[in-house]
Ligand binder design. Sequence first.
Ligand code: NAD
Ligand code: MN
Length: 364
Amino acid sequence: MKTYRIATIPGDGIGKEVVPAGQRVLEAIAARSDAFQFEFENFDWGGDFYRQHGVMMPADGLDAIRNKDAILFGSAGDPHIPDHVTLWGLRLKICQGFDQYANVRPTRILPGIDAPLKRCGPKDLDWVIVRENSEGEYSGVGGRAHQGHPIEVATDVSMMTRAGVERILRFAFRLAQSRPRKLLTVITKSNAQRHAMVMWDEIALEVSKEFPDVKWDKELVDAATARMVNRPATLDTIVATNLHADILSDLAAALAGSLGIAPTANLDPERRYPSMFEPIHGSAFDIMGKGLANPVGTFWSVVMMLEHLGEMAAAQQLMSAIERITADPSLHTGDLGGTATTVQVTDAVCAILAAKPAAEFKAA
Ligand code: NAD
Ligand code: MN
C-alpha cells in the first residue's frame, strides 16, 4: 500500500475550517482504496504563530515540509496583521521557496450553481488559467525611501526573466495540448508595457513552434476581461503574468458562481519539491469562525492534488461526488444563496464516498 505524506497548513480565518474538511474528504477517499493511504502532519503556522513568535512560520519551516508528497493549504491573512506580512511570510515563502512556478486555476460552472453569465450554458465556460507564480510583479524587488517625507518614493519592480517566461509558456502550451480543444490564449499588456510584455509576446511565438497542433491567440489583459464576460466560449486555456492572472482568476471564479468554489494548484512541474493545493479564496474575515465557509474550493483543490499524485480514478470519484452535492441546493452554503454549513457539506461528500462502491464509480 502506497503512503502519501501530506502537510496540512490551515493558516488563518476560514482556512482553519476548510482544511480540516479537506483532510476528512481525503480520509474518505483513502478508505475506499486498497492501493494508497495518507499520512498527515499539521502545521499551525499563520497569524496566531506570528503573535507568539514574531514570524508566520519558523525559519527552518520549509525543511519540515520539503519531503512531503503534497501540501494542503488554507489561507494566509489575519485581521490584525498587515496583509503583505502574512502573504509574504507564509504563502509566498512556500510558493517561491519550492519554486512552484505554475499556478493552475480551473474554472467551470458546476451543476446546480447559479452563475451570473445567464446567457451561457455550463459548456461555454470551461477554462484553465495558468498564472506565472514565481516572478513578475510579485518578485518583491523594490523599496521605499524618504519615508514620511513629501518626497517619499516607492517602487515595485516587475522582474521577467527569459527562463521564467519560457517555462511558464511551455507549461501552458503543454496543458492546452492535453485538453480537447487545444486552444491557448496568451494574455499580456504589450501595448503599454513595452519591454517585458513585448518579450512575453516574442517568447510565446517562439514556444508556439514546438506545439504546432495548439491553436493560440493573444489578448491584452483589459480586453480579456470583456472577452471573459461577453464571449466565454472563445477561451479554453489562458496564460498570464502573476498579477494579471491573479485578478483574472478571481473574475473567473465569480463568473462561475462563487469565490468559495474555485481551486488552485501551485505546481513545481519538475517535481523537485512538493506542490501546494489551496482554494483561491482568502481568510474571509466576515464569516470566519462561524462554520459557514464553503469547502467546495478546498475539495476541488484536493481533486487537483489527487491528479498530481497520479491517483486519477480517485480524483474522478471525488469530482463526481462534488458535482452531486453542488447539484443539490439544500447543500449550498451562504455564498451560493443557501443555508448549509461547512460540516453539512463535508458530511454529504464523505457519505457519498463511503456509500458508493468502487465498481460503480469506475462504470460512471
Ligand atoms: P476573501 O477571499 O477572504 O473574501 C472575499 C469575500 O468572499 C468575502 O465576503 C468572503 O466571505 C467570501 N468568501 C471567500 N471564500 C469563501 C468561502 N469559502 N465560502 C463562503 N464565502 C467565501 O478575500 P479578502 O476579503 O480580499 O481577503 C481577506 C484576507 O485573506 C486578507 O488578509 C487577504 O490578504 C487574505 N487572502 C489570502 C489568500 C491566500 O492565502 N491565498 C488569498 C486571498 C486573500
Ligand atoms: Mn488572488
